[in-house]
Write a protein that binds this ligand. Structure first.
Ligand code: SAH
Length: 242
């Protein structure tokens, strides 16, 4: 996957994109990221990228020409996505959708946002990472690149782990434990030490269902738990009363 990111602050991306899994993905050629400084393509002496809003009011608005020019200079297809608190909400299923694309173009707004003509005539999609307002789209773009690129084949290694993860099937993931088997008197559940794979799988399913029901009733409502095995788990959870 290739990602073109348009921003006024390319340095903001240096840390997150040059460590750990995203670093390795780029080294392996599974992911490439090009950061484009919108200010660098302006031709006027002062490299003006923003201006006062028509109609008055607080803050500055990013001008349309530098954004159009910057994107059009490198665009080679794929969705053009504006980071926006007014966009559709970014979820794991949107990450899966984006992970199918060979190329992504992400535009980061700043200040009060971008001139409406960018939204109307340049972008093909608008994404919000949550119902709050950031100072700029940079953190949103990092979140989207991070969550999307870890779904690309080969990036994580163990592909099966992706299917079991929180939000993959509207289920939150089961709890994890590692060594030592006892820490400050708190023991790892015996079943996980038993080596009995079927029992472990059932325990994990049950704990996933328990957590989802407790923490995210909205996700729980979407689950299909009609199988005999799941019905039995639900009955047990009711009896355990939590
Ligand atoms: N005045 C705008 C908000 C501007 S915030 C409004 O009320 O809608 C400045 C920039 O930060 C936005 O242009 C956008 O690119 C980014 N941004 C802010 N919150 C975001 C969010 N929740 N998700 C994605 N991008 C966001």
């Amino acid at each position: 996957m290739h990602v073109d990111i348009f921003t006024l602050f390319p340095e903001m991306f240096q840390g997150p994109f040059s460590e750990s899994i995203l670093k390795r993905a780029q080294e392996q050629g599974l992911l490439s990221i090009a950061l484009h400084n919108i200010r660098a393509i302006t031709t006027d002496k002062h490299h003006i990228v923003d201006d006062y809003p028509y109609g008055g009011g607080a803050g500055m608005v990013m001008k349309p020409e530098p954004i159009f020019t910057a994107v059009e200079a490198v665009y080679q297809g794929g969705p053009i996505i504006l980071m926006s608190p007014q966009g559709r909400l970014f979820t794991q299923s949107v990450a899966h959708e984006l992970a199918q694309e060979p190329r992504l173009t992400l535009i980061c707004g700043h200040y009060e946002g971008v001139d409406e003509r960018v939204r109307e005539h340049l972008v093909t999609d608008e994404i919000s990472i949550g119902d709050y307002v950031l100072t700029g789209g940079e953190l949103a773009a990092m979140v989207i690149v991070d969550a999307t690129s870890r779904l690309l084949p080969g990036v994580l290694g163990g592909e099966e782990s992706i299917l079991e993860e929180s939000h993959s099937n509207n289920l939150l993931e089961y709890p994890h434990y590692t060594r030592p088997p006892e820490f400050r008197g708190w023991r790892v559940p015996d079943i996980l030490l038993s080596g009995h794979h079927a029992n472990i799988a059932r325990w994990r399913r049950k704990e996933s269902i328990r957590r989802t029901r407790q923490r995210r009733p909205d996700l729980f409502a979407k689950l299909d738990l009609s199988s005999k095995a799941d019905q039995k788990i639900l009955k047990e959870l009711d009896e355990e009363q939590d």
